[in-house]
Design a protein around this ligand. Sequence first.
Ligand code: NAD
Ligand code: DAU
Length: 341
Amino acid sequence: MVKVLVTGGAGFIGSNFVRYALGAHPDWHVTTLDKLTYCGRLENLRDVMDSPRHTFVKGDIADAVVSAPLVQAADIVVHFAAETHVDRSLQSAGEFIHTDVFGTFVLLEAARQAPRLRRFIQVSTDEVYGSVPTGASRETDELRPRNPYSASKAGADRLAYSYFATYQVPVVVTRASNNYGPYQFPEKVIPLFITNALEDQPLPLYGDGLNVRDWLHVDDHCRAVDLILEKGVAGEVYNIGGGNEVPNVDLTKRILDLVGKPETLIRPVADRLGHDRRYALDTAKLRALGWDPVHVFADGLAATVEWYRANPWWWGPIKHQDPAFQAYYQQQYAARTAGQP
Ligand code: NAD
Ligand code: DAU
């Protein structure tokens, strides 16, 4: 059995990856290490929790007592665990430094003494390039992160590389664009807007709504990571972009159309501080390995809307019964919407 450690496997992309990996690789045993923070949920893994090829461990990656033995027993580490929401990093950056930077350091230290380890995938993000007014970021471009989340991810990205350059830890860095699909926590724009629309609640659109994101279906992301595990070169960086650049206002209108609700639900609100205008990735390097996204954005978005429509058991309790989420929503949006019609 190939022993695979997935950190953050109870989150959005991590849980999709665990499910994908168990299906695609009958010879893999996957251990999920997850702290189960506000967005890490065992419900995301409910269909694989009983698999004899999956083990769940609750723990903090920054706690070497728990995480180091798991890294040292692994053939492959796919490191997704992170604090991930830009808006939360603007309110409280400490957890981002703890997990994204220090937690990554703890895993990398363990990886120096991991006899079986043949790949350590550092899951980074397109946000490390900063805002890209024109063109598309290449892997060799300068990193110019502009918010505490992306700065912490850039720190981890380069720290991981340093453990390759210095200690020959077999690190490969991936930088993906904005993911969408099932099991995404309803603080991120697509699930927030879908679930708000389903409940006839306003859709709080930041600033002029013309910021652009490049949308990547989470399944395409999982396939890319798998291919990079197989064909990627240690010490290298690979961009993973969906090739679907959409201004937020257009995305919002598409969601309303798919849910069947009027555009009057759009509520322009105060902008995000330091809001990156646009991300765009050049994916030639990954495509040369043989990857192409298979999901057409219009179809993938429609399927995602249907997933949230069909699974209120998953998101309803977060939005309506979780006091922490309600406090977050109030803090994040009350001031923004004050004085708005
Ligand atoms: P998410 O917030 O949905 O999940 C993060 C997971 O990490 C949760 O299960 C959480 O419990 C866990 N976690 C947090 N701190 C931890 C700790 N200290 N120890 C162990 N587990 C911890 O995130 P996501 O959107 O699935 O993102 C996964 C990774 O992909 C992150 O590294 C993120 O930076 C990166 N990424 C995300 C996107 C995107 O669009 N979502 C795009 C590019 C890169
Ligand atoms: O680009 C990759 C990154 O994508 C990942 O590294 C991050 O982990 C992930 O959270 C995501 O970051 P964004 O900030 O781009 O995603 P978010 O869903 O928060 O916002 C997407 C766009 O929508 C952004 O321009 C801000 C806007 N937005 C967001 C929210 C939550 C709104 O207009 N209103 C909102 O309420």
